[in-house]
Ligand binder design. Sequence first.
Ligand code: A5P
Length: 226
Amino acid sequence: MPTTTGDGRAIDEKRVAAEAAARLVENGMTVGLGTGSTVAFLLPALADRLLNIRCVATSPATEAQARALGLDVLPFDASAESLDHLDISIDGADQVAPDGWLIKGGGGAHTREKVVATAADQFVVIVSSEKMVEHLAAPVPLEILGYGARATLLEVPGAVLRPSTPRSPDGGLIADWYGEIDDPAKLATWFDSVAGVVGHGLFQPELVSEVIVGRGSSAESLPGRR
Ligand code: A5P
């Protein structure tokens, strides 16, 4: 029986969105698996379909859950056995703005998530309805190269290291930037320009193929700009 209040409603909506996205995956596809509590609902829904698919994971947690469910998870690196292109990537988000900009990285996996989304023909975002916002608001997650980290932080006023958060699987430090987000494109360009900022959680609308929003017990599909 679906719950209807508070966090319970958001959890149900995440499941609804994730299950709808799992139905987009077809036999033979290569699939990017995002990270987070919404993706945690995607993985069993995908495994239940018993498709012949090959996946890459954006975090150790996703990889472990996917493997435990019997999904085939391949490397995504420079090795000969690695995939180099994906048919579809499916991932959650922290905020989705009306103009299609996203903030991701609440779980610190945004750098890998952007690499995987970029490598995929389709990037499908799955969210509960409270993630749909009128205006993006801080924090914007960052990943900072460990080497020179204190100097890099001085180059990005407003950025603070996330306390008690482990490094990313690629060795980066996870930070959050606090400030007004008046122009996400300009802010993203600034983050991209700072040596030592490995990745940031602003995802541009042109990366997104579709946003699936769980609303109550229904899944609403919004077209992206990709
Ligand atoms: C992981 O770093 C994030 O980008 C998540 O995809 C995002 O924070 C959404 O997380 P939930 O699905 O847990 O809300």
